[in-house]
Design a protein around this ligand. Structure first.
Ligand code: B1M
Length: 215
């Protein structure tokens, strides 16, 4: 049963069928499938395949857009359940989160925010294409513990370094830890730009954020 529904989820994203993706997400919840399993074993496989075919020139921008919309509609159904099933209630720390300037990829960043919230962090999600000064302002305003920077493009991952430099210039870098992530981002890149945290996925981001808080 699970195998079939996971396959159908991936296919719905590849077809760019947002209604079908949302319906399959609802069916998964009704069948007791964990929301994160639905994402990681179902929908993400579809969006990765679209990304692969787009990279190979076999799919085109509209396919990418529609796959993104389908993935978003599924996540929108699953998100409330992920937040509800968060076990920890004590506030563990404040995280200012966003996708850096020039980059509008939001799905992975939103998942990271959802998982952090579900696990007890207070998340200030600034959205996508966030101007560098906005991260600094929000970190100061909220007295944030962590600034989380997502980047999905090789051309925008360098902006993560700009944000870190701006935090330093604003005198905030000793108060705030930085966590970076996104498909092209690596542990090596994180170390090179002076980010204290790196995770390759949303679950890992929770563990990294806890570590950065000394928990
Ligand atoms: Co874009 N895109 N895209 N795209 N897109 C990629 C990233 C690409 C790899 C596709 C490809 O060519 N194979 C490629 C980048 C190439 C490169 O730079 N090396 C690409 C390109 C080229 C582009 C455009 C330039 C296309 C164009 O216009 N010609 C354009 C750029 C627009 C811009 O940002 N300025 C573009 C646009 C889009 C859409 C808008 C159509 C759409 C996004 C829709 C949306 O978000 N609302 C889209 C999509 C859907 C993709 C792919 C197919 C899927 C991304 C995704 O949502 N993945 C992607 C190919 C791919 O990654 N396979 C691709 C699912 C998501 C759950 O995973 O985002 O990786 P991900 O997040 C993960 C981890 O990375 C990590 O945890 C998340 C959950 O596990 N993570 C963090 C993410 N952020 C983190 C932060 C952390 C910690 C972990 O700490 C703070």
């Amino acid at each position: 049963m699970s195998e079939e529904i996971f396959k159908a989820m991936a296919q719905s994203v590849m077809d760019g069928d947002a209604d079908q993706s949302a319906e399959l997400a609802r069916q998964a919840l009704a069948a007791g499938i964990a929301p994160l399993d639905a994402i990681n074993q179902g929908f993400v496989l579809g969006v990765n395949e679209v990304g692969r075919q787009y990279g190979a020139g076999d799919m085109f921008l509209p396919d990418l857009v529609m796959a993104g919309e389908a993935m978003k509609s599924a996540v929108a159904v699953l998100e409330p359940e992920m937040q509800r099933s968060g076990t920890q209630r004590k506030m563990l720390g404040k995280v200012v989160l966003g996708t850096v300037k020039g980059d509008i990829h939001e799905i992975g960043k939103t998942l990271v925010g959802t998982m952090l919230t579900a696990n007890g962090f207070q998340v200030f999600d600034l959205g996508t294409d966030v101007p560098t000064p906005k991260f600094v302002e929000k970190a100061r305003e909220t007295n944030a513990d962590i600034v989380g920077l997502s980047a999905l493009l090789t051309t925008t991952m360098t902006v993560q370094r700009d944000v870190i430099e701006s935090l330093k210039e604003a005198g905030l870098k000793d108060k705030v830890k930085v966590m970076v992530g996104g498909a092209p981002v690596t542990r090596g890149w994180a170390a090179e730009i002076g980010a204290e945290g790196y995770s390759e996925d949303a679950i890992g981001a929770v563990a990294v954020a806890k570590k950065l808080m000394g928990l």
